[in-house]
Design a protein around this ligand. Structure first.
Ligand SMILES: [Zn+2]
Ligand SMILES: [Zn+2]
Length: 423
């Protein structure tokens, strides 16, 4: 019989790797809390309609990548391909805007897209998301970018740099869209097949196509910056100024358009070359119209997503958190010593002292080998003889020094000993 394998594009995060993820998530949670964000936890399954209406029908995600199925009741459901739509849905459903005009959320978890599997890309991938609702001010955008920069610094990703752009607003973008479409009509034969399709449905996407022919063809395309209305110009300038004031270096990148329909004004990415080619590790932007498009009140919002799989890869190349090592290993020799060993270990564990024991009847040599493999700081050797004599030897595995510990009140005595030796 063959053993079963995981699904293509779905990966396991094993101990050894999971410590890295924990480190990143803990740092992110600390920073979110410091910046006033609160956690929101949402279902991974939503009605398909939510994503079709929010992300946009004419996007790669909705057209080809979603895990969509009909459940046994006949409802059309989708494994969430991104987090924002669900957060907006929850925000509107629970009328959170009525409780407080400003909400700052974060959430960490898996997303699902059936993309072509390639190195470092998964069909179940994880994101760290943050969103600010109820703030139209450019300072909300600047704060999100600063959170990202701060997190990257904390994690040691020193070359992480924000790239920022403005996508304009419903007042000024239509003019740009028209100008871009008529430009693209003139270079049609040079565009890739995806871009020929996007030209009509989502022409801005043509600007960030990575196909060399498309890059060449759009070299002289009209620039969004020339079409921004006064309000959009002022908004964008304030984001830049706020970053300047914090001495955060950034690049203005007028090709940064992002894939989703609902972005307006500020859009940004954090790019790093930590794993070779320069690549975005996080991205986001403002989506003021989305709450209203989903049937809610007109509430401005802005947010970002960090690709956690890639971030873990990058951070893992910089630092590897050591696996937790037991402070104490109890080598229990003989079946009659195991009740005492087990009592002691579980008492220490509940006090927050990492302790392990030999569960099976193994020789001293084999148990010492196990203690070494686990990296135990101390080994306590309990045999039936030691119990009879009322004391057991405790060996410091670094200094090799050995002292006798009375077995009466063993856990208390060990706790006291570890406290006195400050380790
Ligand atoms: Zn505008
Ligand atoms: Zn293209």
């Amino acid at each position: 019989m063959t053993t079963l394998q995981s699904i293509k594009g779905f990966k396991d995060i094993l101990p050894g790797e999971s410590e890295l993820w924990q480190t990143i998530e803990e740092q992110a949670k600390t920073i979110f809390s410091d910046f006033g964000f609160r956690e929101i936890r949402l279902p991974m399954l939503e009605k398909t309609e939510l994503f079709a209406r929010s992300i946009g029908e004419a996007t790669d995600i909705v057209e080809k990548e979603m895990y969509t199925f009909q459940d046994r009741g006949g409802d059309l459901l989708t494994m969430r391909p991104e987090a924002t739509a669900g957060i907006v849905r929850a925000y509107l459903q629970h009328k959170l805007y009525a409780q407080d005009p400003v909400h700052k959320f974060y959430t960490i978890g898996p997303m699902f897209r059936r993309e072509r599997p390639q190195k470092g890309r998964y069909r179940q991938f994880s994101q760290i998301n943050a969103e600010i609702f109820g703030v139209a001010s450019p300072y909300a955008d600047a704060q999100l970018i600063l959170v990202l920069v701060h997190l990257m610094n904390r994690l040691g990703v020193t070359d992480a740099k924000p790239h920022i752009n403005s996508l304009g607003c419903p007042a000024c973008r239509p003019d740009f869209r028209t100008a871009l479409q008529s430009f693209l009509a003139g270079v049609g034969d040079q565009l890739c097949s995806d871009c020929l399709r996007r030209r009509d449905t989502n022409p801005l996407r043509v600007l960030d196509c990575k196909v060399p022919g498309c890059k060449d063809a759009t070299r002289n395309a009209p620039a969004l910056a020339d079409y921004l209305c006064a309000e959009c110009q002022r908004h964008f300038a304030t984001v830049g100024q706020a970053l300047d004031d914090r001495n955060v270096a950034y690049t203005i990148d007028d090709r940064l358009v992002r894939g989703l329909d609902y972005y307006i004004r500020t859009t940004f990415e954090i790019q790093t070359s930590a794993l070779g080619a320069q690549n975005a590790i996080a991205g986001g932007g403002r989506y003021d119209g989305l709450a209203q498009a989903l049937g809610g009140p007109d509430i401005p919002a802005t947010g970002f997503a960090i690709g956690l799989d890639r971030l873990a890869e990058i951070v893992g190349s910089i630092q590897r958190p050591a696996p937790p090592q037991p402070h104490l290993y109890i080598a229990a020799l003989g079946e009659n010593t195991r009740p005492l060993a087990f009592q002691c270990v579980s008492q220490l564990n509940t006090r927050g002292i990492r302790a392990e024991m030999g569960y099976e009847d193994k020789s001293l040599k084999s148990q010492m080998k196990r203690a070494n493999k686990l990296g135990a700081g101390y080994v306590l050797i309990i045999g039936e003889q030691e119990i009879k004599q009322g004391a057991a030897p405790l060996r410091n595995m670094t200094s090799k020094a050995q002292i006798d510990i009375p077995v009466n009140g063993l856990a208390d005595r060990l706790t006291a000993h570890f406290e006195n030796t400050s380790g």
